[in-house]
Write a protein that binds this ligand. Structure first.
Ligand code: FES
Ligand code: FES
Length: 161
């Protein structure tokens, strides 16, 4: 049995310790917001936080997270109220949406350590995430909007474009 915390709740799973965390989240814990893209740490779709660090769950054995705190897209906020989620909606970022939960988790880690990122900082953090729909420009705008909203909460809303 391997124990850890997911989105603030203690969880225990009885699986092979080598099982990728991604499979445990999706297939055992039914948290399907985290996506499988490549399975080899190349696309970022499977990104979650492990003790606050953006981590590719497809190449992380569940045994590596024993005792740790995991946050998935389902745990980013209870009601889509995280500044990034609000900014994503305002900037109409998602197209097919497949890459977006991983993008959001990496963006959340970025803002936690760098509340005012430059375009270069955003590209550096998110540059290894692949979006087949090409939402990169919108993502940059949304990260800036979220950063502004933390300084001035009125900036979050605004009309969709
Ligand atoms: S599925 Fe993990 S990085 Fe692509
Ligand atoms: S929104 Fe479709 S892959 Fe990124």
């Amino acid at each position: 049995m391997i124990s850890f915390f997911v989105n603030g709740k203690s969880r225990q799973v009885d699986v092979d310790p080598a099982t990728p965390l991604l499979w445990v989240l999706r297939d055992v814990l039914d948290l399907t917001g985290t996506k499988y893209g490549c399975g080899i740490a190349q696309c970022g779709a499977c990104t979650v936080h492990v003790d606050g660090q953006a981590t590719r769950s497809c190449i992380t054995a569940v045994s590596e997270v024993a005792g740790k705190k995991i946050t998935t897209i389902e745990g980013l906020s209870p009601d889509r109220s995280h500044p990034l989620q609000q900014a994503w909606i305002a900037e109409q970022v998602p197209q097919c949406g497949y890459c977006q939960s991983g993008m959001l988790m990496t963006a959340a880690e970025l803002l936690a350590r760098n509340p005012k990122p430059s375009d270069a900082d955003i590209d550096d953090a998110l540059g290894t995430h692949i979006c087949r729909c090409g939402t990169y420009q919108r993502i940059r705008r949304a990260v800036h909007r979220a950063a502004q909203s933390v300084e001035s909460p009125a900036a979050v809303g605004g009309g969709a474009r």
